[in-house]
Structure formats: structure tokens, C-alpha cells
Design a protein around this ligand. Sequence first.
Ligand code: IVH
Length: 704
Amino acid sequence: MYSREDIVRLEALTLDALKHVSNREYAIAHIPALREILRFHEYRYYVENDPLIADFEYDQLYKTLEDIEKERPDLVTPDSPTQRVAKSLTKDFFSFAHLVPMLSLENSYNENDLVDWDRKAREMAGLPEIEYCIEPKFDGASISLIYENDLLARGLTRGDGITGDDITTNIRQIRSVPLSAAFSKYGIQQIEIRGEALMSKSNFKKYNDRLAEQNIPPLANPRNAAAGSLRIKNPDEVRRRNLEAFLYHVSYTAMLDGHELPEPLQTHGGSLKLLWELGFRSPEKEKKVVRGITEVIRYCQEFEEKRDELPYEIDGMVVKVNDLELQEKLGMTTHHPRWAMAFKFKARQATSKLLSVEFQVGRTGSITPVAKIAPVPIGGVTVGSISLFNEDVIREKDLMIGDAILVERAGDVIPYIVKSLADARSGAEVKIDFPTHCPVCRHPLVKPEEESVWRCINISCPAQVVERIIHYVSKDAMDIRGLGEANVKKFFELGILRSIPDIYTLPLDGIRTMEGFGERSIANLAAAIEKSKDQPLHRLIFGLGIRYVGETTARVLANSVTHVKDFADLSVEDLLQLEDVGPKVASSIYQFFRDGDNLKMIDELGALGVALDNKKKANSFSGSLEGQTFLFTGSLPNLKRSEAEALVEKNGGKTLGSVSSKLNYLVAGEDAGSKLEKAKKIASVRIITEAEFLKLIGDTPSNK
Ligand code: IVH
């Protein structure tokens, strides 16, 4: 897509534009360049997965363009990077016919199926051997894109294969889908491209964590998440979900007058390469072209082993005849093409039996039904217990004790019950009754009208206290190893751990004599408790277990104060100013810090030596170099080497010892030697002066 010369040129343009951030005259004179720069960095980030500038730098450039386009709407173009953002909600999705029907693929589940398919294809083709192109079978939602005169004209869902819903506005939110691409360079006037929209495993987890913070049942798997997201009528929400797309098939092309189908489009592998070169995320890096079915099988097996390491879900491989002329010759059955075959990986679904349902009390008093099932192995782990989240799930899935059930575990996602096999009931199945009282403290349960979760509102309910302590010591909170779930429960029952502050006064000498504890484990426990006193503030805030405050929100909160008790002075309005904090979250935080018992507990923790202040905030102003790497070379006009390195660290960056592609910035002073020469050869390394470095960190006295 971008040649070395392009990269060098765009890097220079980027540096220049960064020097003129928010400068009107510069922006007006450089609108096309700004767009080209932004597109380039979007491509590096979303397609290549290898960004060259910091997010905040990208944001500054984006804002420069956005501001000038607001002032001069006459200069806006439909493929400007700002034009992904939609102006309003989507009303209805209209259907449109696909240029070519979207067929599905035939599935094979083992090597023999592939061997049979290859034999039939060879017979039909009259060839001793066929060339195949193999690529992953992405587990998302199919999409179909039409580009006309180089512009993205329309994006459709699969629909019934003949017509699909117009989801163009949502497709524009997928930042790896280019809004324009230079098809005309190849003589193409109109092209239809097929692919798959998906949500990466990590974004899926983040999304579900956000739902969990609000006690909303999580989405079952990334596939459902992608399919559901494409049909949301609020494009901003679609954008927030960070969908991705792989484009893997050219289904139709119309050429400009006097042009022939370009050579790359005569093979499937060539099409993927052409798409990649035009800026699409095609499986160009994942594909393999081989001759003969033995090699196909080998590649499928090789890929299956890597399945769990991939950042996205795949459920198999797709094998396609590489030569398009031969594809045409093989044709299709009524349902699927004869030139392609899906090779499905081992099932991650299994049937089992619902044995019983337990009701667990969470740290906020929520009652979660948990299904105990006859243990079944799925994709390498044995599943025996599955959360059902709330009463509605039991009803929606029509579950009864004794039911045969279908269970799925997608990748490293938590297992869930797809459905009950209600048709197979014998009559002996038993209805699941939701309890009316807390299974632990017997307090009557309540369900606030706007919620789907039943709660025990007795805040001294032992189950809740224990869960709050378990949460406080957990890995993502204060990370007190050695004080896992089992020990917390044990110490609680013994009466030596009744509250969070009790952790810091545990009678370790007494515990030392208990069964199962040795010198080593006590020493480790003592060290972990001691270490937790210095955990960063966001971990403490998360550990306090404030309702709706998950890890992400805790970080935002921590960054906004210098001391945890600052929250006691913030109003709901103040809290609402913070990123991602809505009314529900704000009111929960407000209430937490207005509760005398909570404030007393925080004071106690402080008195026991737990750090309550924001260390990062006290030392550095923004951490704006987070994730960035630096190296200093030559003599700098003002700073000593050690001072410069300390500044990097204070601002959240890292200093490296040598020049490599891992380096983001080389700060070069006078008489810089070999390091500078080496850095010049790596396009992604930015060479800057001391003055530029100081500008990058804000160069304010408070910052040094
Ligand atoms: S090719 C005419 N390639 O699997 C052939 N499909 O059961 C068009 N899929 O609806 C499909 N990854 O949503 C093809 N690399 C890939 C794929 C792929 C996922 C999906 C696609 C299709 C379904 C077929």
C-alpha cells in the first residue's frame, strides 16, 4: 500500500503538520495533506497494527482537520477521515439487492472430506493437481461492500443472501474499511467485495467488562457481538465498539471503458494482494497458496494450533481454488460454490445436562444463578459450572433442571448455555424457582424496578463481606497473592478477617501454626500484604468495589484526583464531567463517598499505611509519553542525559539502549554519530531535537 518513499514523505508531512497543530492558515493550505496523513496513520494503526505516532498526536491532527472543515464545509469531501462520524441516528435499514448472491460454504470436518472434495474437483477440471489458496474462516458477521468510482458507495449485511440491509453508516465506523480506494488505477469502475466484520477477543472482553460493571448480562461471543453491533442504530455506539473487518472476496467488477480485468484479479490470491495494496485488511498475511490437497491439510492443521493465539476468533479455514477461470468452470450447486470448502475446527459446542442451579451472592448483594452441569470437555477444558447471570436468562433460555442443554465456549470466552433441548424433555424435568430470601443471610431479596438482578440489601450479609474482601485482594485490584478466595473464606470463618482493614492486622504468627501454612507461605503473604500498601491509586479505587466502577472507570477516577478522599468533595455534576462516567456511575460514586462507614474504612486503611494518594499525579503532569520509547544521542544543548531520561520516565515513557524498530523517538544532539545514522534507515523512528522533545512533554516548569 505505502512504498518506502511514501512512508518517508508522509512521516515528514506528519512532523510538519504536528508543528502546526490548530493553525488555521496552515490547515486551509494543507487540507489534502492532512487527510492523507490521517489516512496513512489510520492504516498503520487499524490495518497494519503498527502505529507510528502516539494517539494524542493523531487526535491533535484529526482535530485540526475537523475544526477547519467545520469552518469551511465547502471543503469537505465524502472520503475525508472526519466523515466516518455520522450526524444522526439511523432510522430504518433499507434492503438492497447484492450484485451477486451471497452463497454460503460447504463444510468439512476432517481430512477425508477435503481429500474427497479435491478428487471430485480434479475430475471435473480434468487436472492432476489443483492450486489452492487457504485463509482463515473468520467468525464474525458477513458484510458486502460496493465501491463506485473509488468511493465506498454502500455496505450491506448478508440478509437472505439475495438482498441485505443497508448498513453503510455503520460500516463507515469500522476504521480498517477505507472510505475510498484507488480502484480506477486498475481500470475498475465498480466493485463488490465480501468480508467479515468482527470484534477482536480483547475488545470483546473490554465490552463485556463494561456490561458487567453495569450488571448487564454479557454478550455470548464475539460473533454475536459483531452481528449485533452492525445493526445498532446509533453510529457513535457502533464506533465505540471498535469493530474490525477482513475483506476476502471480490464478487463482482465492472470495468471502465476500454479496460480489461487486471491480472491480479485472475486468481484468488492475487485478489487478496490487490485488496491489501489498496489499503484493505485482506488476509494477505494469513493466506497461503499451495498445490495439492496434502499441503492444504498441513496448513489447516498448522493454523488450528495457532487458533488460541490469534487476536480474533476463527472457526476454521476456507480453501479456495486459486484460479478464477477454473472456479468458473467448477461452478456451483444450488447452495454453495464447488470451488470453495470450509474446513471447520474442532467444535466448541457440546451437549450436556443441567443438574442443578446454585444461587451465589456477589459483593454488591446481587444474586447470580449458576448452572451446575454434567461435566463436558469443550475445546480443551472441562466445563461443569456456567453462570446464568439473572432470572431473565433462565426464562429466555427456557431452562429446567434435568434438561439436555447445548453449551458453547468460544475461544477463551466464558462458557454459556446456547439453549435447552426442550423437545427432548421426558416430563421429569423440574422448574427452577428463584429464591425469595438471601441464601446466606436469609434477608428478603429485592429487585429494583429498572434492574434485572435480585439483590440482598443487607450490607453486612457475610457473603457480601467475604466477596468484598476477595475483590480487594484480587489480581487486578490490590493483588495480594497468598490471600486467595479459599483463605479469605477460612480466615473470615475463624473471625480473624472480618473487614478489609483487618487484612493489615492479620495475626500472622497465629496463622503460621495452622495446617497448610509454612514459613515460606507466611513470608510470601506478609510480603504481598506489605507490597499492596504502595499499589497505584486506580487499583485501590477498583478494589473498594464501588458499584459500576470497573478497572477502566477506576483509572479515569484515579487520574482525576490527587487523593482518594478528594471524591468526598466532588458533586454528581463534577463526576459527570469525567470520561465515560454517566449518571448511574456518578451517583454510585457519590453515594459511596458520602457513606460514613466507607470513609471510616478508608481512614483506617490510611492509618495502616495504605497509600491513598495519586503518586503518578504528584510527580508528573500527564504521563503523555505512555507507551512511547526514546533514545538520546549526541550532546544536548540544555539537558544532561540523565535529566532527559528522567523526564521520559516521569512522563510515562521508556528509554531504550539501542536503535531498533521498537524505538519511537531518537532525540539527537550535536555530534550524534552511528545511532543517528542507524535511525535514519528505520522509517518508523522519529528523529527529533531537544526542543521538539521538550515540546512533546509540554515543557512547563511544573513538568520538570
Ligand atoms: S468465502 C462464495 N471466505 O463463512 C463464497 N467466507 O459459510 C463466499 N466466512 O457467509 C464466502 N471467513 O460469512 C469466505 N475467508 C472466508 C470466510 C468466509 C468467514 C464466512 C462468510 C460466509 C460463511 C460461509
